[in-house]
Design a protein around this ligand. Sequence first.
Ligand SMILES: [Ca+2]
Ligand SMILES: [Ca+2]
Length: 475
Amino acid sequence: MPPLPEPPRRWWLLGLLLGLATPALAKPTGPAAFCAEYPTAPACQGTQPACTYCHVAPPQRNAYGAALEPHLAPGKPRPLSDEDFAAALPAALRAIATADADGDGAPNQFEVEQGSLPGDATSVPPSGVCGGGENPQFKVCQYDPRFVYRRMLSDFCGTSPTYVQVATFVELGNPDTQRAFIDQELDRCLQSDFWRGKHGQLWKVAHPKIRPIGSIKSGEDAGQIPLADYDDDYALFTWSQTDDHDARDVLTATFHVKRAGTNPTTYTSTPSLPSQTVDAAHRAGNMTSAWTLTSFVMFTALPRNAASQMYRAYLGLDIAKQEGLHSVASEPRDYDAKGVQAPQCAACHATLDPLSYPYRNYNGISGVLSNRYLPNRLELLFPNDVATLKNTPEKGVILGQPVNNLLEWARVAANSDAFAISTVTDYWKLLVGHAPLPEENEEFVRTWQAFRSTHGYRVQKMLHDLIRTEAYGAP
Ligand SMILES: [Ca+2]
Ligand SMILES: [Ca+2]
Protein backbone atom coordinates (compact mmCIF):
# COMPACT_ATOMS: atom_id res chain seq x y z
CA MET A 1 0.00 0.00 0.00
CA PRO A 2 1.44 3.42 -0.93
CA PRO A 3 2.09 5.78 1.95
CA LEU A 4 -0.64 8.22 0.92
CA PRO A 5 -3.63 7.38 -1.26
CA GLU A 6 -2.84 10.11 -3.76
CA PRO A 7 -2.43 9.48 -7.46
CA PRO A 8 1.07 10.40 -8.67
CA ARG A 9 -0.15 13.07 -11.05
CA ARG A 10 -1.65 15.09 -8.22
CA TRP A 11 1.59 14.88 -6.27
CA TRP A 12 3.48 16.05 -9.28
CA LEU A 13 1.11 19.00 -9.66
CA LEU A 14 1.33 19.85 -5.98
CA GLY A 15 5.08 19.60 -6.15
CA LEU A 16 5.11 21.96 -9.08
CA LEU A 17 2.76 24.40 -7.35
CA LEU A 18 4.91 24.46 -4.29
CA GLY A 19 8.13 24.66 -6.20
CA LEU A 20 9.31 21.32 -4.82
CA ALA A 21 10.28 20.04 -8.23
CA THR A 22 12.64 22.99 -8.67
CA PRO A 23 15.54 24.04 -6.44
CA ALA A 24 13.47 27.05 -5.28
CA LEU A 25 11.61 27.93 -3.05
CA ALA A 26 8.07 27.82 -1.78
CA LYS A 27 8.10 26.33 1.67
CA PRO A 28 5.59 23.62 2.61
CA THR A 29 6.06 24.60 6.26
CA GLY A 30 5.15 28.22 5.44
CA PRO A 31 1.38 27.98 5.99
CA ALA A 32 1.69 26.24 9.38
CA ALA A 33 4.34 28.72 10.59
CA PHE A 34 2.22 31.60 9.30
CA CYS A 35 -0.83 30.31 11.19
CA ALA A 36 1.19 29.87 14.37
CA GLU A 37 1.92 33.61 14.16
CA TYR A 38 -1.63 34.60 13.12
CA PRO A 39 -3.88 31.94 14.71
CA THR A 40 -7.01 34.08 14.38
CA ALA A 41 -6.52 35.16 10.75
CA PRO A 42 -9.40 34.14 8.48
CA ALA A 43 -6.92 32.28 6.25
CA CYS A 44 -6.13 30.02 9.23
CA GLN A 45 -9.66 29.13 10.34
CA GLY A 46 -10.30 25.51 9.47
CA THR A 47 -7.91 25.78 6.54
CA GLN A 48 -4.49 27.16 5.72
CA PRO A 49 -3.27 29.89 3.39
CA ALA A 50 -2.73 28.77 -0.20
CA CYS A 51 0.68 29.29 -1.83
CA THR A 52 -0.81 32.25 -3.70
CA TYR A 53 -0.74 34.07 -0.38
CA CYS A 54 2.98 34.73 -0.96
CA HIS A 55 3.54 33.60 -4.52
CA VAL A 56 2.34 34.48 -7.98
CA ALA A 57 3.38 30.97 -8.97
CA PRO A 58 6.22 29.46 -6.96
CA PRO A 59 9.02 30.26 -6.92
CA GLN A 60 7.98 33.73 -8.15
CA ARG A 61 6.79 35.79 -5.18
CA ASN A 62 4.00 38.32 -5.13
CA ALA A 63 4.41 41.73 -3.48
CA TYR A 64 3.90 40.29 0.02
CA GLY A 65 6.30 37.40 -0.49
CA ALA A 66 8.86 39.77 -1.97
CA ALA A 67 8.56 42.12 1.01
CA LEU A 68 9.12 39.20 3.40
CA GLU A 69 12.16 37.74 1.68
CA PRO A 70 14.86 40.24 2.87
CA HIS A 71 13.67 39.79 6.48
CA LEU A 72 13.97 36.00 6.44
CA ALA A 73 17.17 35.15 8.31
CA PRO A 74 19.18 37.83 6.46
CA GLY A 75 22.74 36.76 5.78
CA LYS A 76 21.99 33.04 5.87
CA PRO A 77 22.87 31.22 2.65
CA ARG A 78 19.97 30.39 0.32
CA PRO A 79 18.03 28.19 -0.02
CA LEU A 80 16.99 28.13 3.64
CA SER A 81 16.13 24.74 5.08
CA ASP A 82 12.48 24.18 6.02
CA GLU A 83 13.39 24.47 9.70
CA ASP A 84 15.38 27.70 9.28
CA PHE A 85 12.57 29.13 7.20
CA ALA A 86 9.89 28.25 9.77
CA ALA A 87 12.03 29.66 12.58
CA ALA A 88 12.68 32.92 10.72
CA LEU A 89 9.15 33.54 9.44
CA PRO A 90 7.55 35.00 12.61
CA ALA A 91 10.14 37.79 12.91
CA ALA A 92 9.88 38.54 9.19
CA LEU A 93 6.07 38.75 9.38
CA ARG A 94 6.37 41.18 12.29
CA ALA A 95 9.00 43.23 10.49
CA ILE A 96 6.59 44.04 7.65
CA ALA A 97 3.34 44.08 9.66
CA THR A 98 2.73 47.80 9.35
CA ALA A 99 3.99 48.15 5.77
CA ASP A 100 1.64 48.00 2.76
CA ALA A 101 3.25 45.53 0.37
CA ASP A 102 0.65 45.70 -2.41
CA GLY A 103 0.04 49.43 -2.11
CA ASP A 104 -3.75 49.18 -1.74
CA GLY A 105 -3.72 51.41 1.34
CA ALA A 106 -4.30 48.63 3.87
CA PRO A 107 -1.32 47.58 6.03
CA ASN A 108 -0.21 43.96 5.70
CA GLN A 109 -1.22 42.76 9.14
CA PHE A 110 -4.60 44.48 8.87
CA GLU A 111 -5.22 42.62 5.60
CA VAL A 112 -4.18 39.34 7.21
CA GLU A 113 -6.59 39.92 10.10
CA GLN A 114 -9.42 41.07 7.86
CA GLY A 115 -9.07 38.22 5.39
CA SER A 116 -7.96 40.09 2.28
CA LEU A 117 -4.73 39.28 0.44
CA PRO A 118 -1.72 41.38 1.47
CA GLY A 119 0.02 40.63 -1.84
CA ASP A 120 -2.87 41.55 -4.15
CA ALA A 121 -3.95 45.16 -4.59
CA THR A 122 -7.33 44.09 -5.98
CA SER A 123 -8.12 42.29 -2.71
CA VAL A 124 -9.00 44.77 0.02
CA PRO A 125 -10.44 44.38 3.53
CA PRO A 126 -14.24 44.13 3.71
CA SER A 127 -15.91 47.45 4.38
CA GLY A 128 -17.59 46.09 7.49
CA VAL A 129 -21.08 46.84 6.18
CA CYS A 130 -23.18 43.80 5.46
CA GLY A 131 -24.88 43.65 2.10
CA GLY A 132 -27.97 45.66 1.24
CA GLY A 133 -31.26 44.50 -0.20
CA GLU A 134 -34.67 44.81 1.31
CA ASN A 135 -36.41 41.85 2.85
CA PRO A 136 -39.91 42.64 4.00
CA GLN A 137 -40.06 39.54 6.19
CA PHE A 138 -36.92 40.09 8.19
CA LYS A 139 -34.65 42.81 9.35
CA VAL A 140 -31.76 42.32 6.94
CA CYS A 141 -28.22 42.60 8.29
CA GLN A 142 -29.40 42.60 11.81
CA TYR A 143 -29.85 39.84 14.31
CA ASP A 144 -33.51 38.85 14.22
CA PRO A 145 -34.86 36.79 17.11
CA ARG A 146 -37.91 35.59 15.22
CA PHE A 147 -35.71 34.38 12.34
CA VAL A 148 -33.41 32.65 14.84
CA TYR A 149 -36.33 30.95 16.56
CA ARG A 150 -37.52 29.40 13.28
CA ARG A 151 -34.04 28.52 12.15
CA MET A 152 -33.06 27.00 15.49
CA LEU A 153 -36.16 24.78 15.67
CA SER A 154 -35.46 23.55 12.17
CA ASP A 155 -31.72 22.96 12.76
CA PHE A 156 -31.88 21.34 16.18
CA CYS A 157 -35.40 19.86 16.46
CA GLY A 158 -36.06 19.22 12.77
CA THR A 159 -39.41 20.99 12.95
CA SER A 160 -40.95 24.28 11.86
CA PRO A 161 -42.85 26.35 14.40
CA THR A 162 -46.62 26.33 14.14
CA TYR A 163 -48.56 29.53 13.62
CA VAL A 164 -49.51 29.50 17.29
CA GLN A 165 -45.88 29.01 18.37
CA VAL A 166 -44.75 31.98 16.27
CA ALA A 167 -47.58 34.15 17.57
CA THR A 168 -46.74 33.20 21.15
CA PHE A 169 -43.08 33.96 20.49
CA VAL A 170 -43.82 37.39 19.04
CA GLU A 171 -46.01 38.19 22.04
CA LEU A 172 -42.99 37.78 24.30
CA GLY A 173 -42.11 41.21 22.89
CA ASN A 174 -38.87 42.08 24.64
CA PRO A 175 -35.83 40.77 22.65
CA ASP A 176 -34.12 39.68 25.89
CA THR A 177 -37.13 37.61 26.86
CA GLN A 178 -37.21 36.19 23.34
CA ARG A 179 -33.53 35.24 23.52
CA ALA A 180 -34.00 33.57 26.88
CA PHE A 181 -36.89 31.59 25.41
CA ILE A 182 -34.74 30.56 22.41
CA ASP A 183 -32.00 29.35 24.78
CA GLN A 184 -34.53 27.28 26.67
CA GLU A 185 -35.90 25.82 23.44
CA LEU A 186 -32.36 25.07 22.22
CA ASP A 187 -31.73 23.02 25.35
CA ARG A 188 -34.92 21.10 24.70
CA CYS A 189 -33.98 20.43 21.05
CA LEU A 190 -30.46 19.31 22.01
CA GLN A 191 -32.13 16.37 23.76
CA SER A 192 -34.06 15.37 20.64
CA ASP A 193 -33.33 12.28 18.58
CA PHE A 194 -33.18 14.58 15.57
CA TRP A 195 -30.04 16.06 17.12
CA ARG A 196 -28.43 13.23 19.08
CA GLY A 197 -30.17 10.00 18.05
CA LYS A 198 -28.88 7.29 15.72
CA HIS A 199 -28.35 8.92 12.28
CA GLY A 200 -29.19 12.30 13.79
CA GLN A 201 -27.39 15.57 13.13
CA LEU A 202 -24.43 14.76 15.39
CA TRP A 203 -23.93 11.47 13.61
CA LYS A 204 -23.79 13.39 10.34
CA VAL A 205 -21.07 15.60 11.77
CA ALA A 206 -19.17 12.41 12.66
CA HIS A 207 -19.51 10.63 9.28
CA PRO A 208 -16.35 12.03 7.65
CA LYS A 209 -14.38 11.32 10.83
CA ILE A 210 -15.52 7.72 11.22
CA ARG A 211 -16.06 6.81 7.54
CA PRO A 212 -18.41 3.88 8.11
CA ILE A 213 -18.40 0.88 5.77
CA GLY A 214 -21.51 -1.27 6.25
CA SER A 215 -20.10 -4.44 4.69
CA ILE A 216 -17.50 -4.89 7.46
CA LYS A 217 -19.60 -3.64 10.37
CA SER A 218 -20.15 -5.90 13.36
CA GLY A 219 -22.86 -5.64 16.02
CA GLU A 220 -26.24 -4.13 15.14
CA ASP A 221 -26.94 -4.23 11.37
CA ALA A 222 -23.82 -6.39 10.84
CA GLY A 223 -22.36 -6.64 7.34
CA GLN A 224 -21.21 -9.76 5.49
CA ILE A 225 -17.69 -9.65 6.94
CA PRO A 226 -18.20 -8.24 10.44
CA LEU A 227 -14.85 -6.86 11.63
CA ALA A 228 -15.58 -3.95 13.97
CA ASP A 229 -18.53 -1.92 15.21
CA TYR A 230 -18.36 1.78 14.42
CA ASP A 231 -21.54 2.44 16.40
CA ASP A 232 -19.18 2.68 19.39
CA ASP A 233 -17.31 5.51 17.65
CA TYR A 234 -20.55 7.38 16.98
CA ALA A 235 -21.55 6.83 20.61
CA LEU A 236 -18.34 8.31 22.04
CA PHE A 237 -18.43 11.18 19.55
CA THR A 238 -22.05 12.02 20.40
CA TRP A 239 -21.39 11.69 24.12
CA SER A 240 -18.46 14.10 23.85
CA GLN A 241 -20.62 16.69 22.07
CA THR A 242 -23.61 16.60 24.43
CA ASP A 243 -24.67 17.48 27.96
CA ASP A 244 -21.87 18.78 30.14
CA HIS A 245 -19.14 16.63 28.55
CA ASP A 246 -15.70 17.71 27.41
CA ALA A 247 -15.40 17.55 23.61
CA ARG A 248 -11.76 16.51 23.96
CA ASP A 249 -12.88 13.15 25.27
CA VAL A 250 -13.37 12.06 21.68
CA LEU A 251 -9.57 11.94 21.46
CA THR A 252 -8.52 11.23 25.03
CA ALA A 253 -11.19 9.04 26.67
CA THR A 254 -10.05 5.84 28.36
CA PHE A 255 -13.68 4.75 28.72
CA HIS A 256 -16.27 3.71 26.15
CA VAL A 257 -19.85 4.82 25.61
CA LYS A 258 -23.01 2.77 25.27
CA ARG A 259 -26.06 4.00 23.38
CA ALA A 260 -29.55 2.89 24.40
CA GLY A 261 -33.18 3.59 23.61
CA THR A 262 -34.89 6.09 21.36
CA ASN A 263 -36.77 9.27 22.20
CA PRO A 264 -34.77 9.87 24.25
CA THR A 265 -31.59 8.20 23.08
CA THR A 266 -29.18 7.91 25.99
CA TYR A 267 -25.41 7.64 25.99
CA THR A 268 -23.67 6.25 29.08
CA SER A 269 -19.98 5.89 29.79
CA THR A 270 -18.71 2.44 30.66
CA PRO A 271 -15.23 1.10 31.52
CA SER A 272 -15.40 -1.67 28.93
CA LEU A 273 -17.39 -3.02 25.99
CA PRO A 274 -17.19 -6.51 24.46
CA SER A 275 -16.70 -4.91 21.03
CA GLN A 276 -13.56 -2.97 22.13
CA THR A 277 -10.19 -4.66 22.64
CA VAL A 278 -7.50 -2.07 23.41
CA ASP A 279 -6.56 -2.21 27.11
CA ALA A 280 -7.50 0.85 29.19
CA ALA A 281 -3.88 1.97 29.66
CA HIS A 282 -3.44 2.45 25.91
CA ARG A 283 -6.75 4.01 24.94
CA ALA A 284 -7.12 7.42 23.32
CA GLY A 285 -10.80 7.83 22.51
CA ASN A 286 -11.77 7.17 18.92
CA MET A 287 -8.11 7.18 17.90
CA THR A 288 -7.78 3.67 19.29
CA SER A 289 -11.28 2.29 18.72
CA ALA A 290 -11.67 -1.12 17.13
CA TRP A 291 -13.12 0.57 14.06
CA THR A 292 -10.25 3.05 13.63
CA LEU A 293 -7.68 0.27 13.95
CA THR A 294 -9.59 -2.02 11.60
CA SER A 295 -10.35 0.48 8.88
CA PHE A 296 -7.38 2.86 9.01
CA VAL A 297 -4.53 0.67 10.29
CA MET A 298 -5.77 -2.43 8.48
CA PHE A 299 -2.72 -4.53 7.57
CA THR A 300 -0.09 -1.81 7.54
CA ALA A 301 3.09 -1.89 9.59
CA LEU A 302 3.41 1.90 9.93
CA PRO A 303 -0.16 3.25 10.18
CA ARG A 304 0.20 6.48 8.24
CA ASN A 305 -3.42 6.41 7.15
CA ALA A 306 -4.65 6.25 10.73
CA ALA A 307 -2.47 9.19 11.77
CA SER A 308 -3.37 11.34 8.76
CA GLN A 309 -7.09 10.55 9.12
CA MET A 310 -7.11 11.57 12.80
CA TYR A 311 -5.18 14.75 11.94
CA ARG A 312 -7.72 15.57 9.22
CA ALA A 313 -10.85 14.48 11.11
CA TYR A 314 -10.22 16.13 14.47
CA LEU A 315 -7.77 18.96 13.69
CA GLY A 316 -9.05 19.86 10.22
CA LEU A 317 -5.54 19.49 8.79
CA ASP A 318 -5.26 17.53 5.55
CA ILE A 319 -1.68 16.52 4.84
CA ALA A 320 -2.64 15.45 1.32
CA LYS A 321 -3.54 19.10 0.74
CA GLN A 322 -0.25 20.24 2.31
CA GLU A 323 -2.02 21.48 5.43
CA GLY A 324 -0.55 21.34 8.92
CA LEU A 325 3.01 20.64 7.80
CA HIS A 326 5.51 20.93 10.64
CA SER A 327 8.62 19.35 9.17
CA VAL A 328 10.84 17.53 11.61
CA ALA A 329 14.56 17.83 10.94
CA SER A 330 16.15 14.53 9.83
CA GLU A 331 12.75 13.11 8.88
CA PRO A 332 11.46 11.11 7.13
CA ARG A 333 13.78 8.27 8.12
CA ASP A 334 11.91 5.76 5.96
CA TYR A 335 12.17 2.84 8.42
CA ASP A 336 9.75 0.81 6.32
CA ALA A 337 11.59 1.47 3.03
CA LYS A 338 8.65 2.99 1.15
CA GLY A 339 10.78 5.51 -0.71
CA VAL A 340 9.36 8.48 1.17
CA GLN A 341 12.69 10.31 1.05
CA ALA A 342 12.12 11.04 -2.65
CA PRO A 343 11.88 14.83 -3.06
CA GLN A 344 8.19 14.80 -4.05
CA CYS A 345 7.32 12.81 -0.89
CA ALA A 346 9.73 14.13 1.71
CA ALA A 347 7.97 17.46 2.21
CA CYS A 348 4.84 15.76 3.55
CA HIS A 349 6.49 12.76 5.14
CA ALA A 350 8.78 14.93 7.30
CA THR A 351 5.50 15.71 9.11
CA LEU A 352 3.46 12.57 8.47
CA ASP A 353 5.98 9.92 9.48
CA PRO A 354 6.77 11.27 12.97
CA LEU A 355 3.00 11.79 13.31
CA SER A 356 2.52 8.06 12.61
CA TYR A 357 5.23 6.51 14.81
CA PRO A 358 3.12 6.59 18.00
CA TYR A 359 0.72 4.19 16.23
CA ARG A 360 3.48 1.59 15.75
CA ASN A 361 2.15 -0.77 18.43
CA TYR A 362 -1.55 -0.45 17.57
CA ASN A 363 -2.58 -3.43 15.55
CA GLY A 364 -5.20 -3.47 12.81
CA ILE A 365 -6.48 -6.69 11.28
CA SER A 366 -4.79 -10.00 12.12
CA GLY A 367 -7.09 -12.64 13.59
CA VAL A 368 -7.16 -12.91 17.38
CA LEU A 369 -4.60 -10.11 17.69
CA SER A 370 -6.78 -7.61 15.85
CA ASN A 371 -7.43 -4.15 17.25
CA ARG A 372 -5.06 -4.33 20.20
CA TYR A 373 -2.07 -2.55 21.59
CA LEU A 374 0.81 -5.01 21.28
CA PRO A 375 4.20 -4.04 22.69
CA ASN A 376 6.79 -4.96 20.04
CA ARG A 377 4.07 -5.31 17.44
CA LEU A 378 6.40 -4.69 14.50
CA GLU A 379 8.95 -7.25 15.73
CA LEU A 380 6.19 -9.76 16.47
CA LEU A 381 3.97 -9.49 13.41
CA PHE A 382 6.27 -8.21 10.65
CA PRO A 383 9.40 -10.39 11.12
CA ASN A 384 9.98 -10.77 7.37
CA ASP A 385 9.67 -7.09 6.56
CA VAL A 386 12.67 -4.86 5.88
CA ALA A 387 15.18 -5.02 8.77
CA THR A 388 15.03 -1.31 9.62
CA LEU A 389 11.29 -1.52 10.31
CA LYS A 390 11.89 -2.62 13.89
CA ASN A 391 13.84 0.62 14.48
CA THR A 392 10.61 2.61 14.14
CA PRO A 393 10.30 4.47 17.44
CA GLU A 394 7.07 4.88 19.39
CA LYS A 395 8.04 8.47 20.09
CA GLY A 396 6.79 10.95 17.55
CA VAL A 397 6.08 14.61 16.88
CA ILE A 398 2.75 16.39 16.44
CA LEU A 399 2.35 20.12 15.68
CA GLY A 400 6.08 20.48 16.32
CA GLN A 401 5.83 18.97 19.82
CA PRO A 402 7.64 15.75 20.70
CA VAL A 403 5.45 13.05 22.28
CA ASN A 404 6.31 9.69 23.81
CA ASN A 405 3.22 7.78 22.72
CA LEU A 406 -0.25 8.04 21.21
CA LEU A 407 -1.85 9.14 24.49
CA GLU A 408 0.41 12.19 24.56
CA TRP A 409 -0.28 12.72 20.85
CA ALA A 410 -4.00 12.81 21.65
CA ARG A 411 -3.52 15.26 24.51
CA VAL A 412 -1.43 17.69 22.44
CA ALA A 413 -3.99 17.44 19.63
CA ALA A 414 -6.98 17.96 21.92
CA ASN A 415 -5.43 21.04 23.54
CA SER A 416 -4.39 22.67 20.26
CA ASP A 417 -5.94 25.71 18.59
CA ALA A 418 -6.58 23.44 15.61
CA PHE A 419 -8.91 21.19 17.63
CA ALA A 420 -11.03 24.07 18.93
CA ILE A 421 -11.14 25.69 15.49
CA SER A 422 -12.00 22.43 13.78
CA THR A 423 -14.75 21.57 16.27
CA VAL A 424 -16.44 24.94 15.92
CA THR A 425 -15.95 24.88 12.13
CA ASP A 426 -17.94 21.63 11.98
CA TYR A 427 -20.93 23.37 13.56
CA TRP A 428 -20.45 26.60 11.62
CA LYS A 429 -20.69 24.60 8.40
CA LEU A 430 -23.69 22.62 9.62
CA LEU A 431 -25.64 25.58 11.01
CA VAL A 432 -24.48 28.69 9.13
CA GLY A 433 -24.09 26.68 5.95
CA HIS A 434 -20.46 27.32 5.04
CA ALA A 435 -16.99 27.61 6.54
CA PRO A 436 -16.53 31.00 8.24
CA LEU A 437 -16.23 33.87 5.76
CA PRO A 438 -13.74 36.70 6.31
CA GLU A 439 -16.56 39.02 7.38
CA GLU A 440 -17.64 36.42 9.94
CA ASN A 441 -14.16 35.92 11.27
CA GLU A 442 -14.42 38.12 14.33
CA GLU A 443 -17.50 36.26 15.57
CA PHE A 444 -15.99 32.92 14.62
CA VAL A 445 -12.77 33.56 16.54
CA ARG A 446 -14.70 34.81 19.55
CA THR A 447 -16.81 31.63 19.44
CA TRP A 448 -13.91 29.13 19.35
CA GLN A 449 -11.89 31.03 21.92
CA ALA A 450 -14.84 31.08 24.33
CA PHE A 451 -15.53 27.40 23.55
CA ARG A 452 -12.08 26.67 24.89
CA SER A 453 -11.49 29.15 27.69
CA THR A 454 -14.95 30.11 28.98
CA HIS A 455 -16.89 26.93 28.30
CA GLY A 456 -14.20 24.32 28.97
CA TYR A 457 -14.82 22.59 25.60
CA ARG A 458 -18.57 22.12 26.19
CA VAL A 459 -20.21 22.00 22.76
CA GLN A 460 -23.70 22.73 24.08
CA LYS A 461 -22.56 25.98 25.65
CA MET A 462 -20.73 26.90 22.45
CA LEU A 463 -23.92 26.31 20.44
CA HIS A 464 -25.74 28.87 22.58
CA ASP A 465 -23.03 31.35 21.54
CA LEU A 466 -23.18 30.28 17.92
CA ILE A 467 -26.90 30.93 17.53
CA ARG A 468 -26.34 34.41 18.96
CA THR A 469 -23.93 35.40 16.19
CA GLU A 470 -24.94 37.70 13.32
CA ALA A 471 -23.69 34.99 10.97
CA TYR A 472 -26.46 32.72 12.20
CA GLY A 473 -29.11 35.19 13.21
CA ALA A 474 -29.18 37.84 10.51
CA PRO A 475 -31.31 36.76 7.56
CA1 LIG B 1 -2.13 46.14 1.42
CA1 LIG C 1 -4.52 43.65 -0.60
